[in-house]
Structures are given as structure tokens and as C-alpha cells.
Design a protein around this ligand. Structure first.
Ligand code: NAP
Length: 522
């Protein structure tokens, strides 16, 4: 079966045989994806000229209503999506919930944001700017939606959330979404788009999807488009360097890979609440979605004096994780998404093993429950312990996109912050400590290298939302290696799809313009 593409308001079949989509447990082919031969330039133009004006004519409240309707259409089919996530991504129920419910939750969150933006169609900064002595002529900063399209290029690990976290913000801003999911897992993305199109809840052209291909999208972008990319640093570099993108100064937001860390404070001792919470969280981050989360903990920084105890506690917890076919009730961790990712992850483990001892798992000989290792794409939960964290290179630079984490003992707080910085910029960090002074010092000590930091102690054991879970009201992105981008973060996420324009005029005219815009702090 070839998956149809939804472009120019029509379902279109691509040419050629297409790329096979595979069940990573059984190796069975599920569908094929190709957008070859489809006129992408026309499709982008259709979205810009047909859906753009329709969305811009709506108020934020009306666009928020669209998001709510999309969320409702998806909620009705939730069980089907879990089944697709199992078959095309090898997801357990919990894995699928993070992706499917995360996507629906983000749509609902932005529908809620819309409610606070009244009946306005655009945004403005607070107040006017005095330009001189005469108060009759002043300036105001408006934020108006771009007249282009959001070109959304996504990674394989979140076929649902990855699409909706971008599309929700674009559509609420008044900008259509043109979605290119990663080919290997595009079955879920395509089905969700199909259900939303069938439900007829969006203006024509507001949502498009291509399955496979899309290599010319950057060549086709205009200066009014906004390219939001999630994926590897290599592809990100390629997109950023695209001559058309450079020539037109097209906006590009990059969410790339990172070696996120969790830091256990020097106060934590075995048996303390923070020690136990840390061990639980590192294990969860390693095993949920088989470690295929861009925010997953890759480096566990622990006080040298208790490094043995932490390693033992993590090993004991990991020993209880049943890994195999998620169709088996006892299984808690599934496979990687395909054989290519498995090969890359195993190579990565071998690179890390040159600088660290393998404590649990490893690259060789893993036998999953209820699955044929030859056909399936499993990687064993693998814990390593760095031999000399300060001297290591691969342990700070090689992102193994799987259930893999390296324990790194540190001798002092300053050394821990220096190790944190060796990641070169990450999406998320967490600090587990019962010491209030250290909590503040550590948060500030590593803040500049991260997009988001969780500071955890026993008091927030129940309330905390988890290291790896991206919350739509918080910034998602990170400096340096993480791509230097910023998505979500509540209303501020909409900046990417808006042009900030200074309007200098008489105050009566400014008052008229201000009446159609809502004041927000962006
Ligand atoms: P990838 O190979 O870079 O692919 C990402 C997307 O880019 C896919 O849709 C891919 O399409 C597309 N692509 C590749 N070359 C392209 C080109 N020349 N022009 C246009 N599109 C192109 O990354 P991946 O393997 O899917 O994802 C894994 C990586 O993503 C990991 O490193 C992970 O850390 C990172 N990630 C980051 C975040 C975040 O929010 N920061 C979230 C999730 C994952 P095809 O699939 O057709 O090749």
C-alpha cells in the first residue's frame, strides 16, 4: 500500500515504489511512502494563497476553536493511533501515550492560550514608544502573522507530538502547516492528517502532509515562510546552509540532538529521597520509548563518593526492565524504530565503551522477549560508567539514540558544571538535591547550557512532570549543539510565525491599530 500525500487540498499518490515502512519487532512491511512527482512548489503556494488569508481573517479565538476541533477529531481515534504506534514504531502503551496524548494535549493547550487573546487578529507590545518631545507622533510594535507557510520537517521518534507541537503554534498564529514527517514512521502522521481532513475542521490548505521525499522543500521556501526542523545536527547544518534559505533570509528553527544530563547533588546519600528519585528518573528516561527521546538523560553526573552505590542502584532497577515485543503484557521496553537506528546505536555504544565500562547491557548478543533478534531492532538497556569523565570525548559528544546512559562521577560542584558544559548545549537537565543552596547554585551553574532545567527534591516528588516530558508552556530548545532554537513556551512560541513591525504614526491612528491587536509580553 502506498500512502497518499495531502497537497494542494487533494490526496495524491507519489510516483515509484516508495520507501518501505517496517514493523521494528517483526520486520513486516506495513506500507510504502513516496512523494516523488508531486508538485511541492504548487502545494506550498496553495497553502500560502488559499489557507493563509483564511486563517489571518480569523481571530485568535476562532483559530483556537480550530485547534480544539482538531484535538477532538484525534481523540475519537486514539486507540487506532496506539495500534499504529505499536506496529510502525514498536511503542509500548506508555510510549504511544507520550506521543499521541502529548500531541493532543499540546493542541488543547494552545486552544486554551487562544481564549486569553480575545477577539484580536494580531499581537502588540505593551504601550507606545515616545519618539520625541511631541507626544502626538509615537510608535507601537505590532506582531503580525507571516504571509507564508510553516514548513515542518520532523524526526522519526514523535510522529504525532512532533507534528502537532509545531502545527498548533503555526495555525494559532494564522500560518498554514506543511508537514514532512520522517519517512520511517510517517504512518501515524499520515493517518492523523487523514482523520483531520475527513473531519473537515480546518480551512482548505491549512494542513498538508507529504510522506517521503521533501528534499527540495528548502529550495522552495520564501522569505515569508518559516522552516521548523527537528532531527539530527547533520541535516540541520545542511538546511541552514541551503543557498535559497540564505538568499531569502528564511526563518529556520532547529531542534537538534543533545546529550542531556541529570545531576545528583553532593548532599544525596544512598537511601535519601533524592537519591531514590534520581535512580528512578534515570531508569525511566533510559527505557521510555527505548531512549529515543531528544530530551532523554544521556549523562548521569553523580558525586564520586557514592558513584558505586548509584551504579548498583541503577543496575538493580534496569535488571527489572523486561525488553521485547510490546504485544507481550510483561514487556516494559520496546525496540528501536528500525534496523538502521539499531546499527547506529550499537556503533555508538562501542564508541562510548572505549571511554567507559559497560555495567549493564552492551552492544552484543541481546535476546528480546517474544521477538526474533535477527528481524527486530532491539538494543539492550545499557548503562556505562565513565573511566575518566574529564578526559572523555565520546561520552560527552556521541548521542546514542537509544536506551543508553553513562554514569560520570564528579569530585566537586565546579567539576560537575564543567562536565555539564562538555555537552556543548542541551535541551534539558535535571538537578536532584535536598540542599536549597546547592539547588540554586547548580541551576545557575548549568543554566546557560540548557533550554530547560528541572530542580527536584522530595517535596516535588509527586508534582514534578518529569525530566524528558516537554511541557507546551515551557521553552523547548537549547543552545549550541541542541540547535539554538526555541519552540513552544506558551504565547512566546508564536513569535516564530510573526513579524514584529514598528508602526510610527499619530496616536489616534495607533489607537485604531491597537484596538485590533492584543497586548502580550512576547
Ligand atoms: P534526521 O535524519 O536528521 O531526519 C529528520 C528529518 O529531516 C526527517 O524528516 C528527514 O526525512 C528529513 N531530512 C533529511 N534530509 C533532508 C533534506 N536534505 N531536506 C529536507 N529534509 C530532510 O533525524 P532523525 O534520524 O529522524 O531523528 C533523530 C534525531 O533527531 C536525533 O538526533 C534526536 O536527538 C533528534 N531529535 C531532536 C528533537 C528536538 O526536539 N530537539 C526531537 C526529536 C529528535 P527522511 O525521514 O525522509 O530522511
Amino acid at each position: 500500500m502506498k500512502l497518499a500525500n495531502y497537497v494542494s487540498g487533494k490526496w495524491l499518490e507519489g510516483k515509484g515504489e516508495g520507501v518501505p515502512l517496517i514493523d521494528p519487532v517483526t520486520g513486516e512491511e506495513l506500507a510504502r511512502a513516496t512523494s516523488d512527482g508531486i508538485d511541492l512548489a504548487a502545494g506550498l503556494d496553495y497553502a500560502r494563497t488559499k489557507a493563509g488569508p483564511a486563517l489571518r481573517a480569523m481571530t485568535f479565538a476562532e483559530r483556537g476553536g480550530l485547534l480544539r476541533a482538531v484535538a477532538d477529531a484525534l481523540t475519537a481515534k486514539r486507540d487506532e493511533y496506539f495500534d499504529i504506534a505499536l506496529r510502525n514504531s514498536g511503542n509500548t502503551k506508555i510510549d504511544a501515550a507520550i506521543d499521541v496524548d502529548g500531541g493532543i494535549g499540546t493542541l488543547k493547550y494552545y486552544a486554551g492560550v487562544a481564549k486569553g487573546l480575545d477577539g484580536a487578529r494580531c499581537l502588540r507590545d505593551a504601550g507606545y514608544e515616545r519618539l520625541g518631545k511631541d507626544e502626538s507622533f509615537q510608535a507601537m510594535h505590532l506582531w503580525v502573522p507571516l504571509h507564508g507557510v510553516g514548513i515542518h520537517i520532523n524526526a522519526f521518534n514523535f510522529p504525532s507530538w512532533g507534528m502537532w507541537e509545531k502545527a498548533a503554534v503555526a495555525i494559532l498564529s494564522g500560518v498554514p502547516a506543511f508537514v514532512k514527517p520522517a519517512t520511517s514512521t510517517c504512518l501515524l502522521t499520515q493517518r492523523m492528517v487523514k482523520d483531520v481532513i475527513d473531519a473537515a475542521v480546518l480551512p482548505d490548505g491549512a494542513l498538508s502532509v507529504i510522506c517521503g521525499g521533501g528534499r527540495t522543500l528548502a529550495d522552495l521556501a520564501t522569505g515569508q515562510d518559516a522552516v521548523a526542523f527537528t532531527g539530527s545536527a547533520d541535516t540541520a547544518r545542511h538546511l541552514r546552509a541551503n543557498p535559497n534559505i540564505i538568499a531569502r533570509s528564511t526563518r529556520v528553527n532547529i531542534e537538534a540532538d543533545s546529550l542531556n544530563l541529570s545531576l545528583l547533588g553532593p548532599d544525596a546519600s544512598p537511601g535519601s529521597a533524592e537519591f531514590d528519585l534520581f535512580v528512578k528518573e534515570v531508569t525511566r528516561e533510559m527505557t521510555v520509548k527505548a531512549g529515543q527521546k531528544c530530551t532523554a538523560i544521556r549523562r548521569a553526573l553523580v558525586p564520586a563518593a557514592i558513584a558505586d552505590a548509584v551504579t548498583e542502584a541503577l543496575s538493580a532497577r534496569l535488571a527489572k526492565v523486561v525488553t521485547g515485543n510490546p504485544r507481550n503484557e510483561s514487556v516494559r521496553m520496546g525496540p528501536l524504530v528500525n534496523k538502521a537506528q539499531q546499527k547506529t546505536a550499537l556503533e555508538g555504544i562501542r564508541q562510548l565503551a572505549a571511554e567507559a565500562d559497560v555495567v549493564v547491557g552492551g552492544a552484543d548478543g541481546f535476546k528480546p522477549v517474544d521477538a526474533d533478534p535477527a528481524a527486530a531492532a532491539f538494543v539492550a538497556p545499557t548503562l556505562l560508567r565513565a573511566k575518566a569523565p574529564k578526559e572523555g570525548r565520546a561520552i560527552h559528544e556521541v548521542e546514542v539514540f537509544g536506551p543508553v546512559c553513562t554514569v560520570m562521577p564528579y569530585a566537586s560542584a565546579g567539576e560537575a558544571y564543567a562536565l555539564a558544559a562538555r555537552g556543548g548545549g542541551s535541551l534539558a537537565a535535571s538537578v536532584f538535591t535536598g540542599d536549597d543552596a546547592f539547588a540554586t547554585e547548580a541551576a545557575l551553574g548549568i543554566a546557560a547550557m540548557h533550554g530547560r532545567i528541572l530542580v527536584i527534591d522530595a517535596k516535588v516528588a509527586e508534582a514534578n512532570t518529569g525530566h524528558g516530558i516537554v511541557m507546551p508552556m515551557c521553552v523547548h530548545g537549547g543552545p549550541g549543539r541542541a540547535g539554538g532554537g526555541e519552540e513552544l513556551g506558551g504565547k512566546r512560541g508564536m513569535r516564530f510565525y510573526h513579524q514584529r513591525v514598528a508602526v510610527q504614526a499619530g496616536t489616534t491612528r495607533l489607537d485604531q491599530l491597537a484596538a485590533g491587536a492584543v497586548e502580550v509580553a512576547l
